[in-house]
Design a protein around this ligand. Structure first.
Ligand code: SF4
Length: 462
């Protein structure tokens, strides 16, 4: 262990932590976009999980997990993507590899699983995820998928995602490669004026909110990746004239590949917060060179912002000066969150991401509080230490961070896959502000802090 500021951190982790008020540990910005330090523990999901979160929302696809049953527990249930049609994606299929398969190989089981889905379920599109054990025993998943595609005349696409083969970002990339494998035979010269929405997963219906806004300003949506997506509609994507990327961490790679292969340019957008939602709508219209849409975007944003003004003023006085810790997946989401908290008069004192990139962290450094700690790929011990040291009142994160907040006796806001209410768009600002207020100003926190002695006479451990 070495010392960094007031806090003990592993020497190997020092470069991944930046103290804003002393210019950072390394003196050269933050280290990021790398594999986790061995032995340091990580809040990141594995490669397979990264791939699964991107592909799972495709509503009419079959997802076969080629591996032990435990891997397939990561399924629809932990990502609240909604569907307007099929609910096939809510099922998980698994080859349930056991000891004998590890010794003799698992290809036979995979062939049997694909045969069954193709014949009994009449599957048209199957994704096969190769997990850790498959990476170890060396089943030729690619060859099996190719042969089964030919045999049944359907698309069977391998997703190379052994958990140990990198980090969550590698999984995103593998999912994007699988999407490209699906789309490449559909290279089309003829274009349709309109956008593909990339990196939105229709959590709590957020894709529908964004589509509705685009409809209001007269922008056509060609295809979506992958929130509320379906096989037929995805194949239209090469016709679009612009890609808009909401979750940059997962989908910029896909946008780059679509630009190379189908000549579709892209812009990054964010629909979290009034400022980002308004500017994204205007930038989409500008990128499409659609003056009429731009006028409508400005008018619509002004109208919606105005509706929220009184509401936000009312809550601002409850929230001003409160301190926030953020630990989320991607850098772009962290940036939008800090902007929203600044807008509410709150201070972001701890901020970290699982997959942020150098340019994300540069913006985060500018926006966060003057004494903020910025962490890449943090572990629970670091988060706990800095949350306590900085006196954060609330932690914004996902399912893995929730217990940490409650153990520390501070408020929590779920801004991840599991949430059941929309936080995107102008509607999302309303939901988000109410949730932050209700959580942070819940009288329970005061009770926990003041009543340290329990009825049994023991000290409360919170
Ligand atoms: S780390 Fe490996 S074994 Fe664990 S869920 Fe990921 S792919 Fe499965």
């Amino acid at each position: 262990m070495g010392k960094s500021g007031e806090v003990n951190v592993l020497d190997e982790r020092k470069q991944f932590i930046l103290f804003k008020n002393d210019g950072g540990c390394s003196g050269n910005g933050i280290k990021c976009d790398s594999d986790s330090v061995s032995g340091a523990v990580s809040q990141r999901a594995c490669v397979y999980c990264g791939a699964r979160v991107v592909l799972n929302p495709i509503t009419d696809a079959y997802h076969i997990v080629h591996g032990p049953i435990g891997c397939s527990s990561y399924t629809w249930d932990i990502r609240g993507s909604l569907s307007s049609d099929s609910d096939l994606y809510r099922n998980s299929f698994c080859t349930d590899l056991r000891e004998t398969d590890v010794i003799f190989g698992g290809e036979k089981k995979l062939i049997a699983a694909i045969d069954e889905l193709a014949t009994k379920q009449e599957a048209k599109l199957i994704f096969v995820y190769a997990t850790c054990i498959v990476g170890v025993i060396g089943d030729d998943v690619e060859a099996v998928c190719k042969n089964m595609s030919k045999k049944h005349g359907i698309r069977v696409i391998p997703v190379k995602s052994p958990g140990f083969s990198g980090n969550k970002s590698t999984g995103y990339k593998m999912a994007c490669n699988a999407i490209m494998q699906l789309l490449l035979p559909y290279r089309i010269e003829q274009k349709i004026e309109g956008v593909n929405i990339l990196g939105d997963f229709n959590l709590a219906g957020e894709m529908w909110i964004i589509k509705n806004y685009l409809d209001k300003i007269g922008v056509n949506v060609v295809s979506t990746f992958t929130g509320d997506a379906n096989y037929k509609n995805m194949l239209e994507a090469p016709k679009a004239t612009l890609n808009i990327v909401q979750c940059a961490g997962s989908s910029v790679y896909l946008a780059n590949r679509m630009e190379e292969e189908f000549s579709i340019p892209f812009i990054k957008v964010s629909f979290f917060g009034v400022e980002d939602t308004s500017s994204s709508l205007v930038r989409i219209a500008e990128a499409l060179k659609n003056e009429e849409a731009k006028k409508k975007a400005i008018a619509f944003s002004n109208e919606e912002s105005l509706k929220l003004e009184g509401f936000l003023d009312r809550y601002r006085k409850n929230l001003r000066g409160k301190k926030v810790a953020i630990y989320v997946g991607g850098g772009f989401k962290a940036i939008s969150l800090i902007k929203q908290f600044n807008f509410m008069g709150m201070k972001t004192v701890v901020v970290g991401t699982q997959t942020g990139k150098k340019d994300d962290y540069e913006i985060i450094e500018q926006l966060a509080s003057e004494d903020a700690v910025i962490l890449d790929d943090a572990n629970p011990a670091e988060l706990e230490t800095f949350i306590k040291e900085k006196g954060a009142d609330i932690l914004v994160g996902g399912v893995k961070e929730r217990p940490l907040a409650y153990k520390l006796g501070i408020a929590f806001c779920d801004h991840n896959h599991e949430r059941k209410h929309a936080l995107a768009g102008f509607e999302g600002v309303d939901n988000f502000t109410r949730e932050i207020n209700q959580s942070i100003n819940n009288p329970m926190w005061q009770y926990i802090k003041e009543n340290k002695t329990l009825e049994c006479g023991k000290e409360c451990s919170l």
